[in-house]
Write a protein that binds this ligand. Sequence first.
Ligand code: JFZ
Length: 473
Amino acid sequence: MITKNIKTVIFITLVYLQAFGQVQNEPITKWFSDAKLGMFIHFGLYSEPAGEWNGQRTGRGDYAEWLHMQGNWPYGIEKKEYQKLAKTFNPKNFNADAWIKSAKEAGMKYFLITAKHHDGFALWPSKVCKYNVVDATPFKRDILGELAKACEKYGLALGFYYSHWQDWEHKGGAMPPHITVKSETLHPIVSDADFESYWQEKCLPQVKELMLNYKPKFFWFDTWMRSPHITEHRVDELIKTVKEIDETCLVNSRIGAHIPGIKDKVDYISMGDNQVPNKGEKKVWETSFTSQNSWGYHKLDFKWKDSGEIIKVLVQNAAHGGNLQLNIGPKGDGTFPKPNVKRLKELSAWVAVNGEAIYGAEPSPVEDPDWGYITSKTLKNGNTKLFLHVLNSKPGMEIDLKLPYAPSTSISPKMLETGESLYWYPQHKKMNIVMPHFVVDKNVSVIEIVLNHNIHERAERLKKIEAVKFKAK
Ligand code: JFZ
């Protein structure tokens, strides 16, 4: 009886250790690289004026969240004037559950929000600075707290955008470079000593507060050009502040975009705004992608991207090992603009059918074809499954898939959505596949191909054989 118990205990311990050991071996970025799709939110005092100030449209760049600097263009708005927006900030229809539910339904695996943007206003009851949603507005609700709860409920990873460099509220926060706005008189150049006081009094304590209060899984810090204030030492200090509380919390490269070797210091790489590269990176990366031109909701900006474009960028990034973070600027009342509601539904329909080709998928060893993009997965038995993402498919159109070797005739390509088997014929190291006569998806139609081997191993072996042959010659 006793030995049996001991045996059971040992058995359970071994199983536990093995499982635990495996979890430990996984890189901390695994969830992020599997995710492929996230929601980015720009929300704050600027959401109500939405790109308009005294009947005038915002200036250069036309970003609604830059109203403080771009309203009354080109001079910017006096701090006292801008900060009055807090007195009327009251997003009555804000519903954290509804936001996160729609993100979940659209296939988003994580959620990122501007905890504090450049204007320095905090969306949580910060003890560090009274310029926040509870102490300074009639709304008096902890927006981040409500969102954190909803993320927990729907299983989305929560992350914060925090403007560590620019802060237009604190006297020591960095101001926009003077080439950007004509604000010399309003905003003098900040000395390093003043910046240091902002850094110690506001930036570091607020980041610590966010870590302790809401346990985010990642941060998105924001610089985009050389700044004398963001030194390597300060970048290290900020990373340490995060990692001391939670080692697994991810940090992005825009914490110090201009610092040499920054990519080695951080967990993931952020592309420039709306930048969709043609090849991958050594580390996991993401593109933050606007729905309109502006990040914050802009009522006079009608450059809405359609869902086809969004889906194409999603598969292009996935094929190169990157994520897409689709930005939404909620309106001043706390609801999503109608065009976003529609696009989220369209995205939701696409991922409901084709999600398998995206989530947890990897780039394939096959180079990008001219008709679209390819992702791949390694199956449990070690074999490879390829997903061909065909853009703008036409009835009966022919596409070719170049393989590292001659294809076996037993391969059977199928449409992922309908299950239709596709006719194809081999030609040297190529499969010529005929698309269905009824277009499955006019944006991105996905074909799945199960190979009876591992394409990476097969390609490696071929390379070695070729090398031996070459030597023999
Ligand atoms: C910054 C912010 O100023 C902007 O308001 C928004 O939050 C966006 C996500 O980030 O703007 C940028 C940042 C980087 C570039 C351009 C604008 N860039 O790399 O070209």
